[in-house]
Design a protein around this ligand. Structure first.
Ligand code: NI
Length: 172
Protein backbone atom coordinates (compact mmCIF):
# COMPACT_ATOMS: atom_id res chain seq x y z
CA UNK A 1 0.00 0.00 0.00
CA UNK A 2 1.47 3.34 -1.07
CA UNK A 3 1.61 6.25 1.38
CA UNK A 4 -1.29 8.60 0.76
CA UNK A 5 -0.08 12.19 0.46
CA UNK A 6 -1.89 14.51 2.84
CA UNK A 7 -3.08 18.11 2.57
CA UNK A 8 -0.04 20.38 2.80
CA UNK A 9 2.11 18.12 0.63
CA UNK A 10 3.24 20.24 -2.36
CA UNK A 11 2.72 17.38 -4.85
CA UNK A 12 -1.05 17.79 -4.38
CA UNK A 13 -0.76 21.35 -5.73
CA UNK A 14 1.20 20.59 -8.89
CA UNK A 15 -0.14 20.45 -12.40
CA UNK A 16 0.54 16.78 -13.22
CA UNK A 17 2.36 15.82 -16.42
CA UNK A 18 0.75 14.06 -19.41
CA UNK A 19 1.46 10.37 -19.93
CA UNK A 20 3.04 9.46 -23.27
CA UNK A 21 4.48 5.99 -22.62
CA UNK A 22 2.07 3.05 -22.10
CA UNK A 23 4.50 0.38 -20.94
CA UNK A 24 4.49 -2.47 -18.42
CA UNK A 25 5.61 -0.18 -15.63
CA UNK A 26 2.51 1.97 -16.17
CA UNK A 27 0.23 -1.10 -16.22
CA UNK A 28 1.76 -2.34 -12.95
CA UNK A 29 1.30 1.10 -11.40
CA UNK A 30 -2.37 1.20 -12.48
CA UNK A 31 -2.92 -2.23 -10.92
CA UNK A 32 -1.34 -1.03 -7.68
CA UNK A 33 -3.54 2.10 -7.69
CA UNK A 34 -6.71 0.01 -8.07
CA UNK A 35 -5.67 -2.11 -5.09
CA UNK A 36 -4.84 0.97 -3.03
CA UNK A 37 -8.21 2.52 -3.88
CA UNK A 38 -10.08 -0.56 -2.64
CA UNK A 39 -7.92 -0.91 0.47
CA UNK A 40 -8.66 2.69 1.42
CA UNK A 41 -12.38 2.44 0.58
CA UNK A 42 -12.16 5.31 -1.86
CA UNK A 43 -14.38 5.76 -4.92
CA UNK A 44 -11.36 7.16 -6.72
CA UNK A 45 -7.63 7.74 -6.44
CA UNK A 46 -5.37 10.07 -8.41
CA UNK A 47 -1.66 9.41 -9.03
CA UNK A 48 -0.43 12.57 -7.21
CA UNK A 49 -2.11 11.22 -4.06
CA UNK A 50 0.35 8.33 -4.09
CA UNK A 51 3.35 10.47 -4.99
CA UNK A 52 3.42 10.48 -8.81
CA UNK A 53 2.71 13.74 -10.57
CA UNK A 54 1.21 12.18 -13.71
CA UNK A 55 -2.24 12.51 -15.31
CA UNK A 56 -3.81 9.26 -14.18
CA UNK A 57 -6.68 8.31 -11.91
CA UNK A 58 -8.78 5.27 -11.16
CA UNK A 59 -12.49 5.54 -10.35
CA UNK A 60 -15.08 3.03 -9.21
CA UNK A 61 -18.34 4.34 -7.77
CA UNK A 62 -19.71 0.78 -7.39
CA UNK A 63 -17.38 -0.34 -4.57
CA UNK A 64 -15.82 -3.19 -6.54
CA UNK A 65 -18.93 -4.49 -8.35
CA UNK A 66 -17.55 -3.40 -11.67
CA UNK A 67 -14.10 -3.06 -13.20
CA UNK A 68 -12.76 0.41 -12.26
CA UNK A 69 -12.35 3.12 -14.87
CA UNK A 70 -8.76 4.07 -15.65
CA UNK A 71 -8.53 7.68 -16.78
CA UNK A 72 -5.24 8.71 -18.37
CA UNK A 73 -4.82 12.28 -19.65
CA UNK A 74 -8.57 12.87 -19.12
CA UNK A 75 -10.32 15.79 -20.76
CA UNK A 76 -13.77 16.77 -19.56
CA UNK A 77 -15.27 18.37 -22.65
CA UNK A 78 -18.85 18.89 -21.52
CA UNK A 79 -20.21 20.27 -18.25
CA UNK A 80 -23.96 20.72 -17.76
CA UNK A 81 -25.21 24.13 -16.64
CA UNK A 82 -27.24 22.34 -14.02
CA UNK A 83 -25.30 21.76 -10.80
CA UNK A 84 -25.89 19.75 -7.66
CA UNK A 85 -24.58 19.61 -4.12
CA UNK A 86 -22.95 16.44 -2.80
CA UNK A 87 -21.06 15.66 0.38
CA UNK A 88 -17.45 15.02 -0.71
CA UNK A 89 -14.41 13.72 1.09
CA UNK A 90 -10.87 12.88 0.02
CA UNK A 91 -8.23 10.42 1.19
CA UNK A 92 -5.73 13.31 1.15
CA UNK A 93 -7.92 15.48 3.38
CA UNK A 94 -8.81 13.04 6.18
CA UNK A 95 -11.78 13.57 8.50
CA UNK A 96 -13.26 16.44 6.51
CA UNK A 97 -16.39 16.26 4.37
CA UNK A 98 -18.08 19.22 2.73
CA UNK A 99 -21.03 19.91 0.48
CA UNK A 100 -19.57 20.76 -2.92
CA UNK A 101 -21.52 22.10 -5.88
CA UNK A 102 -20.54 20.70 -9.28
CA UNK A 103 -22.12 20.23 -12.70
CA UNK A 104 -24.52 17.24 -12.59
CA UNK A 105 -23.68 15.85 -16.03
CA UNK A 106 -20.33 15.68 -17.83
CA UNK A 107 -18.68 14.04 -20.84
CA UNK A 108 -15.07 12.93 -20.65
CA UNK A 109 -12.44 11.60 -23.03
CA UNK A 110 -9.51 9.60 -21.66
CA UNK A 111 -7.14 6.74 -22.38
CA UNK A 112 -6.88 3.43 -20.58
CA UNK A 113 -3.57 1.84 -19.55
CA UNK A 114 -3.26 0.18 -22.98
CA UNK A 115 -3.34 3.62 -24.60
CA UNK A 116 -6.82 3.13 -26.07
CA UNK A 117 -8.93 6.28 -26.16
CA UNK A 118 -12.54 6.10 -25.01
CA UNK A 119 -15.35 8.52 -24.27
CA UNK A 120 -17.98 8.57 -21.55
CA UNK A 121 -20.90 10.66 -22.82
CA UNK A 122 -23.30 12.55 -20.58
CA UNK A 123 -22.58 10.63 -17.40
CA UNK A 124 -24.10 11.65 -14.07
CA UNK A 125 -24.36 10.67 -10.41
CA UNK A 126 -21.42 9.44 -8.38
CA UNK A 127 -19.39 8.52 -11.49
CA UNK A 128 -19.54 12.09 -12.83
CA UNK A 129 -18.82 13.45 -9.38
CA UNK A 130 -15.79 11.22 -8.79
CA UNK A 131 -14.29 11.89 -12.23
CA UNK A 132 -14.52 15.66 -11.64
CA UNK A 133 -12.92 15.29 -8.20
CA UNK A 134 -10.07 13.08 -9.50
CA UNK A 135 -9.44 15.25 -12.57
CA UNK A 136 -9.14 18.25 -10.25
CA UNK A 137 -6.32 16.41 -8.44
CA UNK A 138 -4.36 16.33 -11.72
CA UNK A 139 -4.63 20.12 -11.85
CA UNK A 140 -3.54 20.70 -8.25
CA UNK A 141 -7.10 21.42 -7.09
CA UNK A 142 -8.59 19.91 -3.93
CA UNK A 143 -12.30 19.65 -3.19
CA UNK A 144 -12.02 22.06 -0.27
CA UNK A 145 -11.00 24.77 -2.79
CA UNK A 146 -14.45 24.45 -4.35
CA UNK A 147 -16.41 24.84 -1.13
CA UNK A 148 -18.27 28.06 -0.48
CA UNK A 149 -16.34 30.72 1.45
CA UNK A 150 -18.50 30.19 4.52
CA UNK A 151 -18.02 26.43 4.51
CA UNK A 152 -14.28 26.82 3.97
CA UNK A 153 -14.00 29.18 6.92
CA UNK A 154 -15.63 26.58 9.13
CA UNK A 155 -12.84 24.08 8.40
CA UNK A 156 -9.86 26.46 8.08
CA UNK A 157 -8.56 25.49 11.53
CA UNK A 158 -8.67 21.78 10.68
CA UNK A 159 -6.88 22.41 7.37
CA UNK A 160 -4.11 24.40 9.06
CA UNK A 161 -3.61 21.54 11.50
CA UNK A 162 -3.37 19.01 8.65
CA UNK A 163 -0.84 21.14 6.78
CA UNK A 164 1.18 21.64 9.95
CA UNK A 165 1.31 17.93 10.76
CA UNK A 166 2.58 17.32 7.23
CA UNK A 167 5.21 20.03 7.70
CA UNK A 168 6.43 18.49 10.95
CA UNK A 169 6.57 15.06 9.37
CA UNK A 170 8.70 16.24 6.47
CA UNK A 171 11.18 17.85 8.87
CA UNK A 172 11.47 14.65 10.91
NI1 NI B 1 -9.44 13.26 -3.52
Amino acid sequence: MADIRIYGDPILRKNAGSITVFDDELKAFVKQMKEDMYKSDGVGLAAPQVGRSIRLSVVDPTGGEEEPYVLINPEIFYFSKEEEDYNEGCLSVPDITLQIKRPSVISVRAKDEMGNEYTLEKIEGLLARAIQHETDHLNGILFVDRASVVRRQLISGKLKKLAKSHHNKSKA
